[in-house]
Design a protein around this ligand. Structure first.
Ligand SMILES: Cc1cc2nc3c(=O)[nH]c(=O)nc-3n(C[C@H](O)[C@H](O)[C@H](O)COP(=O)(O)OP(=O)(O)OC[C@H]3O[C@@H](n4cnc5c(N)ncnc54)[C@H](O)[C@@H]3O)c2cc1C
Length: 805
């Protein structure tokens, strides 16, 4: 066994085998995989191993397409062919109208990744799968690429290719300890000796938290027991003359594929069971849990209704094994939060279908610092440290119970909802707030007073829209108050802080105390990594503000940029919150609440910051606006937030102050052309493609990514535009394709109805030749090709009169 390696992968299931193969493919050959038993001895060996193309967003569809292409290539490798039933096709059934709505959206979204889903009626679905009945069936989504693969052969083939490229694969080698050295490299201790590695990768499957514990990390990953049955041969399968397509349904909670001349049927039962929470027997390897058919009986009823022939068919094998989940059902692939040179590819619940793609994106991140797609949806840093095992368990159980029930627009499910409650939660609830969650923080989405109101989470305009419109118009004409809790705020302080920050941002850090500016930071390749509001409180103290979801991401990234000695980074996300005052009367309200200083435009203009006291409460006030109206962000200690809210509300009685939620802000920011991190600001595009030219100073050649940007010489992959959709049929949704005839020419990133301007708006990246203002195009929304026009990005008050007051 070698004693040094550039990267050590721990675990030899599909995750580890894909990771090591792709590391070699991306150019790192001095790499090693350590497996405590045989390859695939964890979950992989007994997987149902279905490989599907369906994903909830474009990154997931793209990485699954990579899996499919790779598996096809391996299957056709004459030197080492493997069994892969590629192209049996798959049906996602629809028995409720919202299933079809979702499928129409996913069809449009997948088209942008070159994947052609087809929508079928019930009769055609039954023609393609002769064993199903059409009772209560509305239709189905057809995924032509679906199939299944031999998981052991797949891993052996990946390992073989990695070995041929120079990787070393050590079976029966258990990692027992991990220690990080001061230079950020690692000592990996095994039962066969030590290895000195630059990078480590946790691919430990259901044992990922045993490996995590060796480096002081708890991954938000919990395993569930998961069962499938294999049936005896079935005449219907034999007679069909073709392989049965895969089958799943959002509300019937089962899946199925062909296995030999019978079927494999798997279950997601409501009465589900976690696995391994109290520790895992070290001898549990190549092992299964005891059969537990009673648990899945209720689901079996759904199966029999859809495929009556199964009632007459015997079961010859039951497989019950551990399957890993995370709080949102997507895996953890990327940097381990708070660690350097440490990565993970864990929490895979569909590892055979997705594993090829996850290993590919992870290897690109490790080797090149960035992957071809934006990987935020699988980034381990998307959960805060608050996502502990009890929280993860609650969400995992919920996710398992809803395996095929995709989230609908503005739908937030009930489990784990009190992770990060705000002291103002009860106040907001009493006012009729409907809450959503951002990074564990509960935030009002909108308010309604009707106790019988039931939100319609439609992909069309819904009964939520009039409530949002009323809030927007109130903010436009009067004044409103909201809390933006969890906003990511990092105090950067100390001598040299400004110079250090200046090197990180591709634009300018505010040069005057009391000023606020917006900055963008880039990947080394010059693409957009993030956005920060920089509020300069003094010449050696600045507040870095960014999206609540960016909490771990930004802190990790700032720390990785090695702040000079004496410069400190302190997160205030947990200790502070923001009260927002928005609307033309916000200045008068603030002046009445805090008469000790002048809030007049001349004394406290737009983009100013000051520390002050309001009604005796310490606050930091910024005159910044995401809505396009005059607005103030009042940053206050969490412990003082209720007192300040009450004080402002009392003063607000004179001004018709009303609460508002985040959906009003979403509509208003789109009218202003303002971007959202990880919706409109993604690592797939640089700031010039993202139409952020005014925040880029190409003379700053020492700032991260600027040289790379210059080297591109203005070449653009796509351009960011605003589209006015000439129809009120439905709003667009992130991921919908922008079309010219049959050709995809762009992708929607955000969309909402602009209530102040009365326009159905979408933001999108489109091919450069379609970015001209006034140009016509179509947006594929809910199965309809809706005409649209590229319009100037700021739809509301382009001169910013309102914001300046
Ligand atoms: C019943 C069932 C059906 C499924 N069906 C499908 C399906 O149809 N399609 C699909 O895509 N997915 C399916 N899955 C999920 C899929 O099988 C998993 O997502 C995938 O196998 C996980 O692979 P992994 O590499 O992450 O974990 P594992 O396969 O568990 O691999 C982890 C490896 O790490 C090793 N290891 C752990 N600790 C150490 C250590 N300290 N030192 C060295 N090595 C260590 C283990 O021995 C193990 O081999 C199914 C799962 C189950 C349970």
């Amino acid at each position: 066994m070698r004693t040094t390696a550039r990267a050590v992968v721990i675990g030899g299931g599909i995750a580890g085998c894909s990771a090591i193969y792709h590391l070699t493919r991306e150019g790192w050959t001095d790499v090693m995989l350590l497996e405590r038993d045989e390859l695939t001895s964890g979950t992989t060996w007994h997987s149902a191993a279905q490989v599907t193309n369906f994903g909830g967003n474009q990154t997931m569809v793209g990485l699954k397409t990579h899996s499919i292409n790779l598996y096809n290539e391996l299957a056709n490798d004459p030197e080492y062919p493997i069994n892969y039933h590629h192209g049996d096709g798959g049906l996602r059934l629809a028995s409720e109208e919202w299933h079809m709505e979702g499928y129409r959206h996913f069809q449009s979204m997948a088209k942008g990744m070159g994947v052609e889903f087809e929508l079928l009626d019930a009769a055609e679905a039954a023609r393609r799968h002769p064993l199903i009945t059409t009772d209560g069936l509305l239709g189905a989504l057809w995924d032509p690429m679906d199939g299944d693969i031999d998981p052991a052969q797949l891993c052996q083939a990946l390992a073989r290719r990695a070995r041929l490229a120079g990787a070393e694969i050590n079976r029966h080698t258990s990692v027992t300890a991990l220690k990080q050295l001061p230079d950020d490299t690692w000592v990996v201790t095994t039962d066969k000796g030590e290895i000195h590695a630059e990078h480590i990768i946790n691919a430990g499957g259901y044992r990922c938290n045993e490996i995590g514990a060796m480096m002081g990390v708890t991954h938000p990953v919990v395993s569930m027991e998961h069962q499938y049955f294999l049936t005896e041969p079935m005449q219907g399968v034999i007679d069909a003359g073709h392989r049965m397509p895969l089958l799943r349904c959002p509300t019937d909670d089962f899946y199925s594929r062909q296995e030999k001349q019978g079927l494999l049927v798997g279950f997601y039962e409501q009465d589900c069971k976690t696995w391994g929470l109290d520790g895992i027997d070290p001898n549990f390897t190549m092992a299964l849990s005891p059969d537990d058919p009673d648990r899945v009986l209720p689901v079996l009823e759904n199966v029999f209704k859809r495929m009556p022939a199964l009632m007459e068919t015997g079961i010859h094998t039951i497989v019950n094994g551990p399957i890993t989940y995370t709080p949102d059902g997507l895996p953890l692939v990327g940097r381990i939060p708070g660690k350097r040179n440490a990565w993970c590819i864990t929490g895979l619940r569909a590892g055979l279908g997705e594993g090829g793609g996850h290993g590919w994106l992870l290897a690109q991140e490790i080797v090149h610092g960035q992957a071809v797609y934006d990987t935020w949806c699988i980034d381990p840093r998307r959960f805060s440290k608050r996502a502990d095992i009890p929280y993860t368990t609650a969400k995992v159980v919920e996710d398992y119970q809803n395996e095929f029930r995709f989230h609908r627009p503005h739908e937030f499910r009930p489990a784990g909802r009190d992770l990060r409650p705000s002291p103002l939660h009860a106040t907001h609830a009493q006012m009729g707030a409907e809450f959503g969650v951002v990074n564990g923080w509960e935030r009002p989405l909108y308010f309604n007073k009707d106790p019988n109101f039931k939100a319609d989470h439609s992909y069309h305009f819904s009964n939520i829209d009039p409530l949002v419109e009323a809030e927007v118009m109130h903010l436009h004409n009067h004044v409103g108050i909201a809390e933006v809790n969890g906003f990511n705020r990092i105090e950067i302080a100390g001598t040299g802080a400004m110079n250090w920050l200046d090197r990180l941002i591709c634009g300018r850090v505010p040069t005057k105390d009391g000023k606020v500016g917006l900055g963008y930071f880039l990947t080394p390749k010059g693409d957009v990594l993030g956005e920060a509001t920089m509020a300069r409180l003094s010449d050696d103290k600045i507040w870095w503000g960014s999206a609540a979801a960016a909490e771990d991401h930004d802190l990790d990234w700032l720390r990785a940029q090695n702040p000079p000695q004496g410069v400190t980074l302190q997160s205030k996300a947990e200790s502070h919150t923001i009260l927002l005052l928005v609307g033309p009367k916000s200045r008068q309200l603030l002046a009445q609440a805090c008469p000790e200083r002048s809030w007049e435009r001349a004394d406290f203009p737009w983009l100013s910051v000051t520390e002050c006291q309001i009604k005796g409460i310490n606050a930091t006030v910024m005159s910044v606006s995401f809505s396009g109206e005059l607005a103030y962000e009042i940053h206050v200690g969490l412990d003082q937030s209720v007192a300040l809210y009450e004080a402002l509300s009392m003063v607000g009685q004179d001004f018709n102050l009303r609460p508002f939620g985040m959906m009003a802000v979403e509509s208003m920011r789109i009218e202003k052309g303002y971007r959202h991190w990880k919706a409109d600001l993604i690592t797939e595009f640089d700031p010039l493609e993202s139409a952020l030219d005014r925040f880029v100073d190409l003379r700053k050649v020492d700032s991260i990514g600027v040289q790379a940007l210059i080297a591109k010489k203005g070449a653009k992959r796509r351009e960011f535009v605003t589209i006015k959709i000439k129809s009120d049929f439905a709003p667009a949704h992130a991921g919908d394709s922008v079309m010219d005839g049959d050709r995809v020419i762009g992708t929607v990133t955000s969309a909402a109805y602009g209530h102040r301007v009365g326009e159905n708006l979408a933001m999108a990246f489109v091919d450069p030749e379609y970015a001209q203002i006034g140009g016509d195009l179509t947006v594929w929304v809910q199965g309809e090709m809706l005409s649209g026009t590229v319009v100037s990005p700021c739809r509301f008050d382009p001169e910013n009169h309102n914001m300046r007051g």
